[in-house]
Design a protein around this ligand. Structure first.
Ligand code: MN3
Length: 225
């Protein structure tokens, strides 16, 4: 099915289920999760051209590589993407599996971290937790932007929950909070491929657009433990 026509299905599934391998006879393949919106839905902040490359080329490539790497291993028999990430993390001989599985997971999480008409601020428990950990939503946004600009080279900036507190963390390349016992709430991809077509070298403008116009606070709140 064309992923464009699957957002309703996606909304019915819990996020965790979306990362599960699709089962067929005796073997499984990790498949591209449906985007929760159309590829042009985040314009003008992220162009359809950027989304097209990012989702159908970059994200797909991580999944294609992962499927090749796990073929014939126990991971190809019904493991979830989360399992593959956790089980390959920190193992030198599984570095390629980790990189591709983590990037596949990170991208699925990133698509869900945005929505058309997002931004603003969360409410309820998440707003309270942000107040407690960062001193308010504006201070959180400043700290998130600072972290995004401080990430040297390719990587991600995240809002995570660790125990009772919220933190902003940066990860390099494919690294992910999932590998560090943290609960991811929201992420922004700061690899150049995420913004270069639209913003060239202006990472700051991209991350500001993410915070002010795209951040999906309902999704972030749904990940709180
Ligand atoms: Mn990316």
């Amino acid at each position: 099915m064309n992923p464009f026509f699957r957002p309703a299905l996606c909304l019915l599934l819990p996020w965790a289920a979306m990362g599960a391998a699709a089962e067929s006879v005796g073997t499984t393949a990790f498949t591209l999760p449906a985007l929760p919106y159309a590829q042009d839905a985040l314009e003008p902040h992220i162009s359809a051209r950027t989304m097209g490359f990012h989702y159908t080329k970059h994200h797909q490539a991580y999944l294609d590589n992962l499927n090749k790497l796990v073929a014939g291993t126990p991971w190809a028999k019904g493991a979830t993407l989360e399992q593959v990430v956790r089980e390959s993390a920190g193992k030198a001989d599984q570095n390629a599996v980790f990189n591709n599985a983590a990037q596949a997971w990170n991208h699925g999480f990133f698509w869900n971290s945005m929505k058309p008409g997002g931004g603003g601020q969360p409410d309820g428990r998440l707003l309270e937790a942000i107040g407690k950990s960062f001193g308010g939503i504006e201070k959180f946004k400043e700290a998130f932007l600072t972290a995004a600009l401080a990430q040297f080279g390719s990587g991600w900036v995240w809002l995570v929950q660790e125990g009772d507190s919220l933190k902003i963390v940066k990860t390099s390349n494919a690294d992910t909070p999932l590998a560090h016992g943290q609960t991811a709430l929201l992420t922004c991809d700061v690899w150049e491929h995420a913004y270069y077509l639209d913003y060239q070298n202006r990472r700051k403008d991209f991350v500001k657009a993410f915070l002010d116009h795209l951040a999906n606070w309902e999704f972030a709140a749904s990940q709180l433990k």
